[in-house]
Write a protein that binds this ligand. Structure first.
Ligand code: NDP
Length: 465
């Protein structure tokens, strides 16, 4: 029996949509099924609304800072519901763009929840997005699972009283006070958002510094930056219990502290969203964590079924899912060599204010491969010499492999770090050496020029296997 489609993509997030569009461009007959949000987590409950809310949170401090430049503005008040309505309107616009982009590419769209019946057949059932839709069955030669991930809550009594980032985007009112549990990307980003919008923020994390896995100097710098923003940090602490109080919630920590707030938010990681897909009927294996197991070609344990993005729980970043989707569509349906990318030099950014961005290896990772030269710079950015916000430092770091003199890591905490790092990611991906940075002329006056003018080695770190 011929199949209805050459390719069925389950999940219309960043990775799934890219994969579908590229495959259709190569001439494949493609369908996409989505149960909840066209555009997936990034557009609806992640990168896009997060960035808009980070931007919203920055204006108050900018108004304060302008006084040092001669302005006589005062902050005024922030209207949370106006922000959420504006953000929702933009997301609805983007949902429409995603749908029309797929339709223009000749892709068939299904709204509903997909469940495998066998390795080539999927039953599409009504879902929240289309509760009245009729169930139907479609078949495809190849199927790609791109269902993403969802937030997890710590397993403690009262966990159900807390929100996650999913709900934070739709709060009816801004909480006056919030306890955020977790010192990763989401914890830091929402701590910055709420603090910038004048909520009192307690940030609880179980390591001595936030952002485990990032360069140690940068983690220390982030901890200082979080402090400078007036956020109360509770390092080396874990929550034990959440209870409802007369006025809000109380969170007990394992160090004996109790924190009271209007709102408690978990930012304790995300898990692959692969349950309820009927994977066993298709012979697709998962790990205990729910992660779909894939090989180097994104193929699952069932030939012809692939998985991309967060559902495979490797590097859980939108651009990585997009790259995986693009590469897979090229390989399955293209004629030219597939587009590839450098996974080892995937740049990262945490949109705190100021943001942290990095590409390549931390000092600790690089030292495992051999001795490294470290160039470190910490300064007050020009804006803050007049704004008076002198406690907001910019920190930059180059990690150079001593033997080859290749720059293997670039790290920055400071205004526009994410924008700046994108260009340096090209340099690190290209394997450029310190001498190439040295012979690059700076743009003056910028913060970024510091990355090409660091002449004196700060220290040498021995090989630490
Ligand atoms: P992260 O993995 O970044 O951080 C999770 C945090 O929660 C860590 O501090 C972790 O501590 C802590 N934690 C985990 N379990 C518990 C527990 N049971 N009790 C107390 N603390 C706990 O996850 P996020 O939720 O912040 O983000 C999920 C992923 O989404 C990120 O890893 C990233 O891939 C992606 N993302 C990317 C963004 C970006 O690119 N800007 C923005 C937002 C998300 P410990 O370190 O000790 O394990």
């Amino acid at each position: 029996m011929p199949h209805d489609f050459d390719l069925l993509v389950i999940g219309a997030g960043s990775g799934g949509v890219r994969c579908a569009r590229i495959a259709a461009g190569h001439g494949a007959r493609v369908a996409v099924v989505e149960s909840r949000h066209w555009g997936g987590t990034c557009v609806n409950l992640g990168c896009v609304p997060k960035k808009l809310m980070v931007q919203a949170s920055e204006y108050g401090a900018l108004v304060d800072d302008s006084a040092g430049f001669g302005w006589s503005n005062t902050r005024g008040t922030h209207d949370w519901s106006k922000l959420i309505a504006a953000k929702d309107k933009e997301i609805t616009r983007l949902n429409g763009i995603y749908i029309s982009m797929l339709e223009k590419a000749g892709i068939t769209l299904f709204t509903g929840h997909a469940q495998f019946e066998d390795a080539h057949t999927v039953r599409i059932m009504p879902s929240a997005l289309a509760p009245d839709a009729k169930a139907q069955t479609v078949s495809a030669k190849k199927i790609i699972i791109a269902t993403g991930s969802e937030p997890v809550r710590a397993d403690i009594p009262g966990a159900e009283l807390a929100i996650t980032s999913d709900e934070a985007f739709y709060l009816k009112e801004r909480p006056e006070s919030v306890v955020i549990i977790g010192g990763g990307y989401i914890g830091l980003e929402f701590a910055g958002i709420f603090a910038g919008l004048e909520s009192r923020v307690d940030l609880v994390y179980r390591q001595p510094e936030p952002l485990r896995g990032f360069d140690q100097d940068m983690r220390t710098a982030v901890k200082e930056a979080v402090n400078a923003k007036g956020i109360q940090q509770h390092p080396s602490a874990s929550p034990q219990e959440i209870i409802r109080t007369g006025t809000g919630y109380a969170v007990t920590l394992d160090n004996g502290t109790t924190l009271n707030a209007d709102c408690v938010m978990f930012a304790t990681g995300r898990r692959p969203k692969a349950g309820n897909l009927g994977l066993e009927k298709a012979g697709v294996k998962t790990e205990k964590s729910g992660r779909i197991i894939v090989d180097d070609t994104q193929e699952t344990s069932q030939p012809g079924i692939y998985a991309i993005g967060d559902v495979t729980d490797r590097i859980n970043l939108t651009p990585v899912a997009i790259a995986e989707g693009h590469n897979l569509a090229d390989r399955l349906f293209g004629k030219d060599p597939a587009r590839t990318w450098s996974i080892d030099t995937t740049p990262k950014a945490v949109f705190f204010t100021p943001p942290l961005a990095s590409v390549g290896l931390s000092e600790e990772e690089a030292a495992r491969n051999g001795a490294v030269d470290i160039y470190l710079s910490r300064f007050t950015p020009m804006r803050h010499t007049l704004s008076g916000r002198r406690e907001q430092k910019t920190v930059m770091k180059l990690v150079v492999d001593q033997a080859s003199q290749k720059v293997v890591g670039v790290h920055m905490l400071g205004d526009d770090a994410a924008e700046i790092m994108q260009g340096f990611a090209v340099a690190v991906t290209a394997g450029l050496k310190k001498i190439d940075f040295d012979r690059t002329v700076g743009i003056h006056p910028t913060s970024a020029e510091e990355l090409v003018t660091m002449r004196t080695r700060t220290r040498e770190t021995p090989h630490t296997p």
